[in-house]
Write a protein that binds this ligand. Sequence first.
Ligand code: I3P
Length: 103
Amino acid sequence: REGFLFRKIDIEGQKKSSNRSWVNLYCVLNKGELGFYKDAKNTSTPYNNEPVINLSRCACDINNGYKKKKNVFTLKTNDGSEFLFHAKDEDDLKSWITSINTS
Ligand code: I3P
């Protein structure tokens, strides 16, 4: 599965992230890994040269506590990082959560 999501990094490897703004990224889920790109055309060059995220033992679920945006889900990875993702609608939100949890 792939598509655009807004992403905010909340915790980066146990520490509060210093770069906390929302960024619209092209997200590609493949074989238990999630990669981030500027757009759909350049999926060989990762956004900010970020390594792909390993989704083994991750926790992904809807974030009902975040009130500033609708359709936000949280992804916690096995290194202690936490990401917020903002999907365009409820269907998009649910399908991303299911895809991540079954990848
Ligand atoms: C951040 C930006 C984010 C905001 C974050 C700010 O500033 O305004 O939108 O998160 O607040 O630090 P900057 O763009 O200068 O990095 P929210 O949208 O969730 O408020 P935070 O530090 O409270 O996470």
